[in-house]
Structures are given as C-alpha cells and as structure tokens.
Write a protein that binds this ligand. Structure first.
Ligand code: HEC
Ligand code: HEC
Length: 182
C-alpha cells in the first residue's frame, strides 16, 4: 500500500470508530440551519405588518442597530409609509433586537456581521458587504431587468427556502433561468 493511502485509511478508520455519535432528525435539522441559514424565528404580528410588501426578513439578517434605525423611520420607508401604532412598533422592535445578527451564532448572521465596518448600520440587507459579494456575479438581466425579481431585496424570488431562513446555492432557482451554475 502506498504511504498516502495508508495514512488516509488509518485516518478514516480512527475517525469512524472513535466518533460513534448518532444525531436525531431534529439535531440534524438544527445543525443544517446553523450552517446555511439564520435563525428561523417569527412572530404573527411581524409577518402581518412587515411581510405584506416583501418577505418578513428574519431578524438575523441585520444587526440590532440597523433594525432600530429601520423601525424609527417607518413613516418614510423606501418610498412607502409603513408606520405602525406605538404598541406594535415596540413589540416588533423588541423581537427584531432579540434575534438580531449581532446576537446570533448562525453562520449567515456571523458572516453578515463580520463583513460590516464597525458601527456601520445599513438599512438594507442587500447592501451589506457579505450579501453584495455573494451576488456580484449574477448579471443584471437576472435581477433588475428580470420582471419576476426586480431587486436583490427580493430574496424569496430566487431562494426557494428563504422563508425558512435557509440560504444555500442548492435551493436557488432564478425565475426564467432556473438553477444557478457557477
Ligand atoms: C407598504 C409596504 C411596506 C411595508 C408594510 C414594509 N416595507 Fe419594508 N420595504 C418596502 C419597500 C418598497 C422596500 C424596498 C424594496 C426594494 O428595494 O426592492 C422595503 C425594504 C425593506 C428592507 C431592506 C431590504 C433590502 O435588503 O434591500 C428591510 C430590512 C425592510 N423593508 C424591513 C421592513 C420592516 C421591519 C417592516 C415592518 C415594520 C417593513 N419593512 C414593512 C415596503 C414595505
Ligand atoms: C436573483 C436571484 C437572487 C436574489 C434576489 C437573492 N439571491 Fe442570494 N443567491 C443567489 C445566487 C444565484 C447565489 C449563488 C451565487 C454564487 O455562488 O455565485 C446566492 C447566494 C446567496 C448566499 C450565499 C449562499 C452560499 O451557499 O454561500 C446567501 C447567504 C444569500 N444568497 C442570501 C440572500 C439574501 C439574504 C437575499 C435577499 C436580501 C438574496 N440572497 C437575494 C440568488 C439570489
């Protein structure tokens, strides 16, 4: 047996034998969510108030300071008036703060956080350096000039699992173009 093969097989045998851990379906699902997603938390009030014009973005997609800025400026929200009564504003703000990216250990949240310059508080997920970078090879004709997408903010137009907080290449289907192949 050649040396590298011997070493490789020894390595495989020892790892297989020494880690006889069995994961339940729930643990496997949670592990996957942590590695390719953000926490899939939600709140009926949030879905109702913040999920009618676009998907209800998961709190783990922006830091607390960004959510605070967004919630403080709802009367002029990207050209729309999305103002809420003070009670709903408080409940939603508390929810967003509690699960924001800076408090999360899910992989996509930590990547978004690490990409931000200190104290930067973007009000767009689509303009955080990490999210911008992940999409910089997608041509305009598939986003802006694509009538079924129009904007990178429209995560769920392409990410079929966006509502579950899962963002991986396997579950991308760009309307009119299909699976992404890079
Ligand atoms: C009346 C419609 C409307 C409502 C209600 C609304 N939004 Fe928006 N929101 C918009 C529009 C329009 C945009 C810009 C979308 C685009 O550029 O494609 C936007 C963009 C956003 C973005 C940035 C998306 C990105 O990454 O570029 C966030 C975050 C956001 N909204 C959060 C919220 C929250 C939180 C609420 C609830 C308090 C809310 N929105 C309610 C219309 C709305
Ligand atoms: C036009 C369709 C489209 C839209 C809209 C879109 N994405 Fe993506 N996204 C993709 C494609 C395609 C890739 C893979 C890009 C590559 O590998 O070059 C990707 C990759 C990603 C990745 C990295 C996945 C990995 O496996 O490394 C994340 C995270 C992500 N998108 C999040 C988002 C979020 C959050 C939004 C909304 C703010 C969004 N995307 C909007 C198409 C889209």
């Amino acid at each position: 047996m050649k040396y590298p093969v011997l070493i490789a097989s020894l390595f495989l045998t020892t790892t297989v034998v020494s880690i006889p851990v069995v994961f339940s379906d729930d643990e496997r699902r949670e592990y996957r969510q942590r590695s390719v997603g953000v926490a899939a938390v939600n709140l009926p009030l949030y879905k109702e108030e913040c999920g009618s014009c676009h998907m209800a973005y998961h709190p783990g997609l922006l830091p607390e300071r960004s959510w605070q800025k967004i919630m403080a400026g709802l009367e002029s929200h990207f050209g729309d008036n999305a103002e809420l009564d003070s009670n709903s504003t408080k409940i939603i703000t508390d929810f967003l703060k509690k699960y924001s990216a800076d408090k999360s250990s899910y992989r996509r949240s930590t990547k978004i956080m690490r990409s931000l310059v200190k104290n930067d508080s973007p009000i767009r997920i689509s303009e955080t350096p990490y999210i911008k970078h992940e999409h910089d090879e997608i041509p305009d004709k598939m986003i802006k000039r694509n009538q079924e997408v129009k904007s990178l903010a429209n995560c769920n137009a392409c990410h079929t699992t966006a509502e579950k907080g899962i963002y991986d290449e396997d579950n991308v289907k760009i309307p009119g173009y299909g699976k992404w192949d890079d």
